[in-house]
Write a protein that binds this ligand. Structure first.
Ligand code: SF4
Length: 402
């Protein structure tokens, strides 16, 4: 398969009507990523199957909160059946989680999710025969009913230009508790709740405060361990400042230069727009060569120097833009075949070699692997492109801001 040409870099974006609360953390690091995330038509790099399994486990927890896990022969059995049914709905070519994560790791993650699901089971049951489904806009909102529990509550503020979906909202008179349900760890290595989760919950809190100004609002992260997120005046002000700062850089319906919004740095690791982001493409090669103090994605591009083909895979040596010679082992023919020395190649999304993660990042490895014939593992979300079309203007170069 000849790789398709690298799409042209995005030159400008249109400010979205609303910012996603769950993406505010990344948006505060790179407003360009928020604008591209808000565009459903923006071409994206593939999702890693790990993220798909995470969504499956989260849907289990949501279903449990709605009282929709069949527990006739025990909650754990019913929950595992629900997970199997949700996995069966994933796109056909999604590898089994045991293959990607290993059987033990998958069992551990599923057991954690089942434990969280059990802890919230039936918190906000959907009444049998209720005419309005869980996500229906016709359901009474928490702001109009003094007592109750709701799952998957759409929270939106036109004033703040923020939108999101809170997993669980509980109201008892003037007390409103908003919970974000997590199946994985919501904390960093030092045990504090991740800044992006804190900002997301505080954004929900601000929306709730707009609807119920006199309410006492509590914010919680519920997982295998649960954490309260403070929401005092200082917290509200700080969250407001962050939201306004992002919002001001992305005026609604106005075109803004992509180069002015891009902040190549820590946010790039989880960004699915890297292949179209000129500032990222200009910055990343020096990260590979020199290392960085944030976890950067393992991508690679350059000129093919040698190719050794072996049936369904090939081994390549690429000369990257900094002059490093990097070997790509086991590149699946389904991604690229018939490559020749002199070809340009762009590859996004190699997996981390085991044990490489750490607070301080070394230069990128000189050997990157796609398919490992011994284990059957692969770089599951790898996307490969050929050179951009000839009429694409050269990439903009901008000093990286960390
Ligand atoms: S690749 Fe990095 S700089 Fe570019 S939009 Fe994504 S996060 Fe921003």
């Amino acid at each position: 398969m000849t790789p398709s040409p690298l799409p042209p870099p995005v030159r400008s974006v249109v400010g979205p009507d609303a910012l996603s609360a769950s993406g505010l953390g990344r948006a505060s690091q790179c407003p360009l990523s928020a604008a591209l995330d808000a565009d459903p038509d923006a071409p994206r790099l593939p999702v890693h199957p790990r993220a798909l399994y995470g969504r499956v486990l989260h849907r289990l927890v949501e279903a449990a909160a709605r009282g929709q896990v069949d527990d006739r022969d025990g909650f754990a059995r019913g929950a595992r059946r629900a997970v199997d049914a949700l996995l069966a709905e994933l796109p056909e070519r999604t590898p089994a989680p045991q293959r990607v994560l290993g059987a033990l790791e998958w069992r551990r993650r599923r057991a954690d999710a089942v434990a969280v699901a059990r802890s919230v089971a039936g918190k906000a049951p959907v009444r049998r025969g209720a005419s309005a489904p869980a996500r229906s806009p016709d359901r009474p909102e928490p702001w109009t009913v003094a007592d109750g529990r709701w799952t998957e509550v759409v929270l939106r503020s036109d004033v703040l230009r923020v939108t999101g979906r809170a997993d669980l909202v509980e109201r008892s008179g003037d007390l409103v508790r908003i919970s974000d349900l997590k199946t994985g760890s919501p904390t960093t290595s030092d045990g504090t709740v991740r800044a992006s989760v804190v900002l997301q919950l505080r954004a929900y809190g601000l929306v709730a405060a707009e609807r119920l100004p006199s309410a006492r609002i509590e914010l919680r992260v519920v997982g295998t361990s649960s954490f309260d997120v403070s929401f005092n005046e200082g917290d509200r002000d700080a969250a407001l400042r962050t939201i306004r700062s992002v919002s001001d850089q992305l005026p609604p319906s106005r075109h803004v230069s992509a180069a002015d919004l891009a902040r190549p740095g820590a946010a790039c690791g989880s960004c699915r727009h890297r292949h179209r982001c000129g500032p990222y493409l200009a910055s990343a090669p020096s990260w590979w060569r020199d290392g960085e103090d944030f976890p950067f994605p393992l991508d690679l591009w350059g000129t093919v120097e040698s190719v050794r083909s072996g049936g369904e895979t090939s081994d390549l040596v690429l000369r990257d833009p900094t002059g490093r010679r990097v070997r790509v082992a086991g590149l699946r023919a389904a991604l690229a075949r018939d490559l020749e020395p002199g070809d340009a190649l762009f590859a996004f999304g190699f997996d981390e070699p085991t044990g490489r993660r750490g607070p301080s990042w070394r230069p990128a490895p000189l050997v990157l692997r796609d398919l490992d014939p011994d284990t059957g593992a692969a770089a599951w979300s790898l996307a490969v492109f050929g050179p951009p079309l000839p009429d694409v203007p050269p990439l903009p170069v901008r000093s990286p801001a960390h």
